[in-house]
Design a protein around this ligand. Structure first.
Ligand SMILES: Cc1cc2nc3c(=O)[nH]c(=O)nc-3n(C[C@H](O)[C@H](O)[C@H](O)COP(=O)(O)O)c2cc1C
Length: 186
C-alpha cells in the first residue's frame, strides 16, 4: 500500500500527450504551437472529437476561434527541439522561423500540417466552453493522416511505441514498453 500525504490542489498532474497545433494566420501563413491539454470524446454518430483546451490569449487560440479549423500533429521524441522552440515563442512577437521544418496542407481541411509528424488529426470546431481564462474546444476529427509504416487493424490496435510520443506533465518524458492488450491481465 502506498503511503500518501495531502498536498495543495494547485498541482495538476495529468499525463498529457504532446501535439503541435497548426493554424492559419489571417495572411494565410501557418503557425504552430504546442498544446498538451488534449483528450478525446465521442462525436455525434460515428467517430471521435478532439477535446482541446487553451488558456489565456495566444495566436493559436485566436486562429482556432476565427477559422474553426486546425491540425493536431503528434510530437514524437525526434520532434522535441521543434516543440520546445514553438512553445517558447509567441506568434505575436514575429514569425517562428528560427528552425527548419516543412509544411504541407491537410487532405480534407485547409490546415497546415507538419511533415515530420507520424499522426495528424484534421479537426473542425463544433462547440466551445469557457472556464476561467480557458476555452475548451470540442472538435470532430475530419481526417487522420498516419505514417505509412503503421499498421492499425482497429481503433485498439495502435502501437504507441512506434509513434514514440513525447509525454508531458510539466516535464518532457518518453514512453516505456508495450505491455499488452485489454484482457491480457485477467
Ligand atoms: C510543452 C508545452 C505544452 C503546452 N500546452 C499548452 C496547452 O495545453 N494549452 C495552452 O493554452 N498553452 C499551452 N502551451 C503554451 C503555448 O504553446 C505557448 O503559449 C505558445 O507560445 C503559444 O504560441 P502562439 O503565440 O503561436 O499561439 C504549452 C507550451 C508547452 C511548451
Amino acid at each position: 500500500m502506498a503511503k500518501r500525504r495531502s498536498v495543495s490542489p494547485v498541482y495538476s498532474m495529468c499525463v498529457q500527450p504532446s501535439f503541435l497545433i497548426g493554424t492559419n494566420n489571417e495572411d494565410g501563413t501557418p503557425n504552430f504551437a504546442p498544446i498538451t491539454w488534449v483528450s478525446v470524446t465521442q462525436a455525434q454518430g460515428d467517430g471521435y472529437m478532439l477535446v482541446i483546451s487553451m488558456f489565456g490569449t495566444k495566436k493559436t487560440k485566436e486562429n482556432v476561434t476565427r477559422t474553426g479549423i486546425f491540425s493536431a500533429n503528434l510530437v514524437s521524441t525526434d520532434m522535441l527541439p521543434l516543440m520546445d522552440y514553438f512553445g517558447s515563442r509567441h506568434a505575436k512577437d514575429g514569425k517562428k522561423d528560427g528552425m527548419a521544418y516543412t509544411v504541407s496542407r491537410g487532405e480534407v481541411l485547409d490546415v497546415p500540417v507538419l511533415d515530420e509528424s507520424r499522426w495528424v488529426y484534421e479537426c473542425e470546431v463544433e462547440r466551445s466552453i469557457r472556464t476561467g481564462n480557458s476555452t475548451t474546444f470540442f472538435c470532430p476529427v475530419r481526417n487522420i493522416q498516419i505514417d505509412e509504416r503503421l499498421e492499425c487493424k482497429d481503433t485498439f490496435d495502435v502501437d504507441l511505441t512506434k509513434l514514440d510520443p513525447v509525454i508531458y506533465s510539466g516535464k518532457y518524458h518518453s514512453l516505456g514498453k508495450l505491455l499488452g492488450s485489454i484482457g491480457d491481465f485477467l
